[in-house]
Design a binder for this molecule. Structure first.
Ligand SMILES: C[S@@+](CC[C@H](N)C(=O)[O-])C[C@H]1O[C@@H](n2cnc3c(N)ncnc32)[C@H](O)[C@@H]1O
Length: 221
């Protein structure tokens, strides 16, 4: 990642959400113990809200926010360097429909996002964390899947993309157990027709490596 081009923090503030740190003992499936965010207060309008979790360098957020100015996008990313990098890209383009939260998305969903309030949740290439001792860092767990289902509005979509067959299969089993969700038929992410129109930076990297890419879409009943 190129450093040094980041805008001063004051110019990034309009994009940065002040998130209360999730309480350490909060079980992911526990109801929020502080008031959830109110989207109209955050975005200044009542447009639909979509959340991207683990947005990395922000390619999807930037393209989606540009293509759909009537949709509000909230990115949640645990790494501050990516949050500041993406906030700089957003500020340089002057977007007004994107906010970024720097925190663990698992606590964020359970504590800050109201039930039935989100039109879509996107999770692209979540880290597989292969080693047993790192497994607890995995994003998509049964609790996380249940939190996504809770947060989505009726007919809201959960969009998941991964290059890791085993992890992807596990996520599909977890999602299948959630009675509120319906799987929509879709197994593969089509390669972009134009070479530089990738969904995310990781999609570009993995396509170049020739890896298969798996995709699922679930809708809340
Ligand atoms: C493999 S990268 C994919 C980045 C981006 N989605 C893409 O496709 O280019 C996974 C991203 O998820 C972020 N991440 C991992 N665990 C997270 C969590 N619990 N909450 C929020 N972000 C997380 C990582 O910091 C990283 O940016």
């Amino acid at each position: 990642m190129r450093r040094g081009r980041r805008l001063p923090l004051e110019q990034l503030q309009p994009y940065l959400l002040q998130v209360p740190p999730p309480s350490r003992d909060a079980a992911l499936s526990k109801p929020a113990d502080s008031a959830p965010l109110r989207w109209p207060d955050l975005f200044g309008n009542d447009h639909p809200v979509e959340i991207e979790i683990g947005f990395g360098k922000g390619l999807f957020l930037i393209n989606a926010a540009q293509a759909h100015p009537q949709v509000n996008y909230l990115g949640v990313e645990i790494e501050r360097k990516y949050v500041l990098f993406t906030a700089t890209r957003l500020a340089k383009r002057g977007f007004t429909n994107v906010k970024l939260a720097c925190c663990d998305a698992r606590g964020f969903l359970s504590q800050c996002v109201a039930t039935d309030s989100v039109h879509a949740i996107h999770v692209f290439f979540p880290d597989p964390w292969w080693k047993n001792r790192h497994r607890k860092r995995r994003l998509v767990t049964a609790d996380f899947a249940a939190q996504c289902a809770r947060a989505l509005k009726r007919h809201g979509r959960l969009h998941l993309v991964s290059d890791v067959a085993e992890y992807f299969a596990e996520t599909q089993e977890m999602l299948a157990r959630i009675s509120d969700l319906n799987a929509l038929p879709m197994s593969e992410l089509p390669a972009p027709e134009v070479a530089d129109r990738y969904l995310t930076n990781f999609e570009r990297k993995y396509r170049m490596e020739g890896r298969p890419i798996f995709r699922s879409l679930h809708a809340k009943k």
